[in-house]
Design a protein around this ligand. Sequence first.
Ligand code: ADP
Ligand code: MG
Length: 495
Amino acid sequence: MSKELDAFSLFPRENISDVDTKNDVAFHDVDEKAQVYWSKSLKIIKDNVSNQVFKTWFQPLKPLKWNNDILTVKVPSQFFCEWIEEHFYPLLQKTVSQVMGPKAKLQYQVVVEKDSDPSEDRTIKLPGLKQAPQSNQPSLSFSGSQAKAPTFSSYLNGRYTFDNFIEGESNQFAVSAGKAIAKEPGGTRFNPLVLYGGTGLGKTHLVQAIGNHIISKSRRSRVLYTTSERFTMEYISSIQNNKLNDFINYYRSIDALIVDDIQFFGGKEKTQDNFFHTFNALHQEGKQLVLTSDKAPRDLKDVDERLMSRFQWGLIVDIQPPDFEMRMAILQKKSEDEGIELPMDVVEYLARSITKSIRELEGALISLIAKVTLDRKYLTLALAKEVISGIRCSDPKPITIEDIKEEVVNYYKLSLELVESKSRKHEIALARQMAMYLAKKMTPSSLKTIGSYFGNRDHSTVLHSCQAIENYLVTDNNVKSAFETLSKQLDHTIR
Ligand code: ADP
Ligand code: MG
């Protein structure tokens, strides 16, 4: 039943199906292995997220069974597990393969416990993490589609549609443009459509809704959703594997190309150059391009002028933070979808307290629903206040080893795969040592844990790397300035 998910995709809705509870393990009969694996996993997760995050999102998960390399955990709602996968996917993936081996998968089982009668539990099974990659090679959409799987994967998440996207003044223009494109991809003046706006305001949702709509009208359409990071990773890996031609051909065969978060193209000249040519080739053939960015294109750093000028060909439109009425509407719609009736004073309180991001609004609502479902509390204003104050008082999000790796690879303009690889090339080894050193300085992780994030190196290698960087800091000004810049950037990114 549980269809395997690609490493990059989340939860297509069609993968959800009802399950006969009788065939499933009774909840008091949790198998021991599941318990052991899950408690080991929780230890790692705890090291990598703030206390508040851990309590809200991970403590409520309970292990159910371990069978055929699949660990099934119980979650309180479908929304809850979508949230977890959306926000903690890399951490979960790493943890699962570290604790249970490279073949292990995680599967969620939604259990909505009504009253105290377990016979009324509604159980839905959701596939979780895909089998962890067994090599350092990233999974490539282009080689996947041409060499192995005959089917084309759009990497779209079916949960993002126009139907469940609330319109308001702040996003009206963007939605109209999106709908126009979705109806007539490549056939409007909005090519490319460049959407920009702050984080959590619905850019990804909207561009995926465009893609999903195109596919719903024309199943054969080759719509591809990707991110600038994935594009970069695939480009680098195509060079390493002598597959540049496959990469180019694959991208030129797309009918509608959606690239999310193009701000991460900044400073990656070769990748941008390649993207520029892809862009031109598709545009010339009347194929649709949709791009998003967290800032206005004019404020993007280190993006090629030629590429910038291409953006002017189409439409650049922003999404603003939602106003009060829209926040109310979003809360009402989302709670309705969850089958929960929110008292009006609670809706108002949440809509007044969280103003900047729809993602945060959604997060608060999910925490609230989780409390009601798991702790069997009544949904009252007092409970909403408690949840919000919990979110507010939470420690700032600690820096994780993943954050550090990301900053380091951006700084040194290397791929993650290279930094995790066994390569001893000076610039790669230096970047790796720097990342390990920063991990030692900025996270509470042990040398052993740090090593596990860098191609499973042992603690003495990590120790040696830290000593090497300490030496460089007094003898090499480049390394010193890299360390200072990176520490500053990482401090800055803590939210
Ligand atoms: P961004 O890409 O701008 O950071 P997302 O598209 O990821 O933001 O949106 C964050 C969350 O908020 C998603 O779960 C999305 O479904 C939800 N969301 C954002 N805008 C809306 C909207 N207008 N209506 C309904 N849900 C929304
Ligand atoms: Mg996004």
